[in-house]
Design a protein around this ligand. Sequence first.
Ligand SMILES: [Zn+2]
Length: 334
Amino acid sequence: MKKLTNIMKAKASMTTGFDKVMQLKSKAMQFIKRKNIFNVFFRTISAVAIISLTIEPILAQQDFSQVEIIPHQLTDNIYYLEGQGGNIGVSIGEDGVFMIDDQFAPLSEKILDTLEDLSGQPVRFVINTHQHPDHIGGNQNMGREGAVIVAHENVRTALAAGFTNGDLAQALTADQRIGLPIVTFTDSVDFHLNGDDIHVFYNGSGHTNGDSFVFFRQSNIIHTGDVFRTVAYPRVDVGAGGTFHGIVASYEKLLEISDANTRFLPGHGVVSKQADVLSQLQMFKTIANRVQNAIDDGMSLEQVLAAGLTAEYDARWGDPQGMLTAVFNELIIR
Ligand SMILES: [Zn+2]
């Protein structure tokens, strides 16, 4: 927390009139620079919201004015930002700001202010872990700031479909293009920044069909997007190509590449250890076995949902119906 604490102290000591004027001037400059960016965010929201209206909150009803962006320091140069939406991973240092996901467009100014406080450097790269609006909503704003947006090719396809109502042959406007990943990959891409080798890799269809993990090899930290979360049962966005079995395979991959010291930064929730990933994986396998047995006994989906198959887990993980439906539908066709 050293750097952040120093910044806080520096801010607290800004008591002279001169400092106050300079502070206001700096904020005004930031505002002028960014004000053109933010008048397009409503278009961004309406475009990306089409993609997964069924599983994400209706953005228009959300009030972002009270949301605070809270930085949490993980190493000398890696942080995550908590606000509203997916946890944002950040690497800062001499080579510039490398960022994972960007939450919602109305939060971009606050996010950029926080990054300015942490590093003073521009955002150089933004990785999109997947296509959901609470992870990519700030893309246009970050693109306008000059950031290069990078994602699996399925994320770009999904976002372009959102802009064009599914007509991928339709030409995109410059405003729309700036919110899309301009660098895409099919398997993996590596960054060598701020003293770390950062391995960004696709892990198949789990939460969506565009899920990537971001592995800071030297720092031994993995941003998992929404595949691994600590807030609820897994969310399988079937409409976006997600599968429960893909999530299980992704957890196995996470265990394979990690060790007891690895820290997992989830899309939603708290920083976790390998043991947390393993215990969730064991729960998924137990649940899948129970659903398979129920199918073998001739039970329907309605009967499975009513059978209390996850009873001992529900107090911790919440409503199992979405997950059970996905598991049932995948197992019944095998
Ligand atoms: Zn998501």
